[in-house]
Design a protein around this ligand. Structure first.
Ligand SMILES: Cc1ncc(COP(=O)(O)O)c(C=O)c1O
Length: 372
């Protein structure tokens, strides 16, 4: 059996570097509850992300869920189904109703032209997702939000380290929520953060991540436990030192994929967006079976035969999840449905070597059948 290639591989610092970083925890015996590492990591992220404020959390999901709670949202939230379960679940778990907007066929992000028709007197917010690190139409969303007095909470789980028009991506919208999960471009094992500018919101969020405790005697929020511990913060501090190199390596991999797969009939690649400094988070490919001659599932099976993991990301759409018992009509988001049935993300991580990229591309191309 050939060596397996997984769809992703977590970035890790040298063991010695991590050990050096966590040594002081043995002096302080301070393992969690906003200790020294937590504070240092938070400060470094504010600089790195070029944002006003950062709140650290246990994961990207709690970043979304507690942000919506801290904003005290009620009613309907406009979002997209072409995303990870977390986005929709955060809305539903806050007692809010997701209203699904379709996505743009090229960027996979919310189709801003379709948002206004979904707004009702119950709409309180828009939760757009920067899918695969592709930036949503920020200007259009901002304009709509201002016109109707809506909050904008970006699911920025895929965009760590990106800038748009020279500004940190987390500085757009009311709130941006990032994931530092092990599989992301940047990880703190598990982890996440919220970027924001409104200090009142920040106070509310920091209380909610610690059970809603205001002080020793006052608990005035129904909070959760979403505090990042010291070991995760230490991992984040180490990984942050190497992030730029990791992104450069990812870029090399993505360029090789593009070189090999561009211009093939029936294959759609991720767009290169203007004014965006990319983090090269994912390599999605959309297969049009009629033109390419093989379906997405056939390509995935072919790769699997050779020990290569590729992921149907995102499939199924969140508005078709069993847990929602047919509450939503998937036909209202036809573009998202079309993409979810055809998209496959190919392996991508910093240490993926170019021979392996070539092997993956050879196998993908070998699936192509000419019907003419
Ligand atoms: C789009 C999106 N939103 C939210 C999340 C949740 O992040 P986490 O796994 O850190 O909870 C993820 C990833 O896992 C994601 O891909």
């Amino acid at each position: 059996m050939e060596n397996k290639i997984l769809v992703t591989r977590s970035s890790m610092p040298d063991l010695d570097e991590y050990i050096e970083e966590i040594k002081s925890i043995w002096d302080t015996h301070w393992l969690t509850n906003m200790g020294e590492k937590h504070q240092k990591f938070q400060k470094e992220l504010i600089d790195y992300m070029q944002v006003d404020n950062v709140e650290l959390l246990t994961n990207g999901h709690m970043a979304l869920e507690l942000s919506m709670q801290a904003l005290n949202l009620q009613g309907e939230v406009i979002t997209t189904p072409f995303t990870f379960a977390s986005t929709t679940h955060a809305i539903v778990r806050n007692g809010l109703k997701p209203v699904f907007c379709d996505v743009d066929p090229m960027t996979f992000t919310i189709d801003s032209d379709k948002i206004e028709s979904l707004i009702t007197d119950k709409t309180c917010a828009i939760v757009p997702v920067h899918v695969y690190g592709n930036i949503c139409n920020i200007e259009a969303i901002d304009k709509i939000a201002k016109k109707y007095g809506l909050k904008v909470i970006y699911d920025a789980a895929h965009t760590f380290g990106e800038t748009y028009k020279g500004k940190g991506i987390g500085s757009y919208g009311d709130v941006s929520c990032f994931s530092f999960h092990a599989t992301k471009v940047f990880n703190s094992i598990e982890g996440g953060c919220v970027c924001y500018s409104d200090r009142e919101f920040g106070h509310a969020l920091s209380r909610l991540k610690n059970f809603g405790i205001r002080n020793e005697e006052v608990v005035d929020g129904v909070g959760a436990n979403a505090k990042m511990n010291e070991f995760c913060a230490a991992m984040g501090l180490c990984n942050l030192r190497h992030l730029q190199t990791e992104i450069e390596k990812r870029k090399t991999v993505v360029e090789r994929y593009r070189e090999r797969l561009s211009g093939i009939d029936g294959i759609q690649l991720n767009p290169i967006q203007e004014n965006v400094e990319s983090n090269y988070a994912y390599f999605p490919v959309v297969f049009d079976e009629k033109k390419f001659g093989a379906s997405r599932n056939e390509v995935q099976d072919k790769l699997a035969e050779h020990g290569i993991g590729a992921r149907k990301y995102f499939y199924p759409l969140t508005n078709t999840f069993d847990c929602f018992h047919n509450e939503f009509d998937v036909n209202e988001t036809p573009v998202a449905l079309h993409l979810s049935l055809r998209v496959l993300t190919l392996p991508l991580f910093a240490d993926l070597n170019l021979e392996d990229v070539d092997k993956i591309c050879d196998l993908v191309i070998a699936c192509k059948r000419n019907y003419i």
